[in-house]
Design a protein around this ligand. Structure first.
Ligand code: NDP
Length: 451
């Protein structure tokens, strides 16, 4: 049977665009539908605008440092409108680049929603039916707000990039990546930030000691962090929201940002009707090659709830294209994925936490906490933390956790060594780069704990 396309991709985010381009380069006829702006969460309402806001917010700290270093710098006001105008222009530029690359690769783009009608048919919002030998679901996820608060005028991370002005006060609910990053960003931009997290410590899933260290640094910079605290009532006011918390506090905030997780975007996509098996959260269940329970339908990225990070979605999309249209046998590797939480300072991590490693085998833990030269001279109280979790049996470094300015950059490079199987002895025989913060990673001689 002749299909309209060899591949039809639903979703123009990082994973979908990479899969479309690679498949087209392998000679496939490819169509792609995107209902929103091209580039998806990462480019339009995630990593990219977030990181630009991180840069903007960090100036508030570096201005204080500059004064301490002898510069005559006065801290003026942050002009959200000016920044926002530039941000919007930058996102337009990036969206254009995404479109241009798809065009160059020969991918036909449909700017509308699409859903699956059967294992080889996609229906566009305008009613057109398109047949495809393969369908790739790359629709990502969307912010989840507990239903009782969804219509109370609260914001999600999608809204934060569209604010007309910066609030004076903000409540952030949640303790994950997005909550902690925006707590630091808004605080840096001069917003009075309160954060409620229902659990005992923020950043669940990260190394225990690192979580405590980040929490301490966040409080030190003025974020009013309350763990073991959740929202029990929200009453919209003429100006702002009156929020009652489980600790009995009642406070009015100009804005409340719910960063309470994300859910796969599979609602109304016709997947279950087409026989695709979905998981508990609505994620598409896939095998190592991103193939769903229906052989002609694949899925990559956050919609599969494997490792929800842009570079992972890109790897999955690339592997899909190489395997299905390039005649290769490639599956994305989900082991030892480095990542960074862009708090201030950042948390970079790869591999096992101390807790996970300890449950698996005997380990030595090397950990140091110190005031870095730059901030110590500036009189800042924050301390860097560096930790290596090492197997006693093999000497391999099982995990690395860094809290420092630019820890994201450091963990990328430490990640190469650890992915290659570096041992503690390999770290030890690497000469320090002096004077840097990262040199501490190769100069920790004695374990602080063994278990
Ligand atoms: P996370 O899953 O990281 O965090 C969600 C937070 O919301 C948790 O603290 C969770 O608490 C809390 N929560 C969930 N449900 C409720 C509820 N009903 N009431 C109160 N609190 C609740 O999700 P994020 O949205 O922060 O991020 C989503 C994913 O996006 C991340 O996991 C990450 O993969 C990716 N991401 C990566 C970034 C990066 O690489 N820098 C940046 C941003 C996102 P609990 O811990 O108790 O479950």
């Amino acid at each position: 049977m002749a299909f309209d396309y060899d591949l039809f991709v639903i979703g123009g985010g990082s994973g979908g665009v990479r899969a479309a381009r690679i498949s087209a380069q392998h000679g496939a006829r490819v169509g792609l539908a995107e209902e929103d702006r091209m580039g998806g969460t990462c480019v339009i309402r995630g990593c990219v605008p977030k990181k630009l806001m991180v840069f903007a917010s960090e100036f508030s700290h570096s201005m204080g440092d500059a004064r301490a270093y002898g510069w005559d710098v006065r801290r003026g006001k942050f002009d959200w409108k000016k920044f926002h105008g530039k941000l919007t222009a930058e996102l337009d530029r990036l969206e254009g680049a995404y479109r241009g690359n798809l065009d160059k690769a020969g991918v036909e783009v449909f700017d509308q929603r699409a859903h699956v009608a059967d294992p080889h048919t996609v229906v566009l919002a305008d009613g057109r039916k398109i047949s495809a030998k393969h369908i790739l679901i790359a629709v990502g996820g969307r912010p989840f707000v507990p239903p009782q608060w969804a219509d109370k005028g609260v914001m999600t991370s999608n809204d934060i990039f569209h604010m007309d002005s910066l609030p004076k006060t903000a409540l952030i609910v949640g303790g994950g990546y997005i909550a902690c990053e925006f707590a630091c960003i808004l605080n840096g931009l001069g917003v009075e930030v309160t954060q409620y997290y229902r659990g005992a410590q923020i950043l669940r899933g990260f190394d225990g000691e690192a979580r405590g260290h980040v929490a301490e640094l966040m409080e030190q910079q003025g974020i009013d962090l309350h763990v073991g605290t959740d929202v029990i009532d929200i009453a919209p006011q003429a100006e702002g929201l009156k929020v009652k918390a489980t600790d009995g506090r009642e406070r009015v905030f100009d804005k409340a940002l719910f960063a309470t997780g994300r859910k796969p975007n599979t609602e109304g996509l016709g997947l279950e009707e087409a026989g695709v098996r979905l998981g508990r959260w609505g994620q598409v269940e896939v095998d190592a090659y991103s193939q769903s329970s229906v052989p002609s339908i694949y899925a990559v990225g956050d919609v599969t709830e494997r490792v929800n990070l842009t570079p992972v979605a890109i790897r999955e999309g690339h592997a899909f294209g190489d395997t299905v249209f390039g005649g290769q046998d490639v599956s994305a590797d989900h082991a030892l994925v480095p990542s960074a939480v862009f708090t201030y300072p950042q948390l970079g991590s790869i591999g096992l936490t101390e807790e996970e490693a300890r449950d698996r085998e005997p380990i030595d833990v090397y950990c140091t906490s110190f005031r870095a030269m730059h901030s110590s001279f500036a009189g800042r109280p924050d301390r860097v933390m560096m930790k290596l979790v090492v197997s006693r049996e093999t000497d391999r470094v099982l995990g690395c956790h860094i809290i420092a300015d630019d820890a994201g950059e450091m963990i990328q490079l430490a990640g190469v060594a650890i992915k290659m199987g570096a041992t503690k002895a390999d770290f030890d025989r690497t000469v320090a780069v002096h004077p840097t913060m990262a040199e501490e990673l190769v100069t920790m001689r004695e374990p602080v704990r063994s278990s």
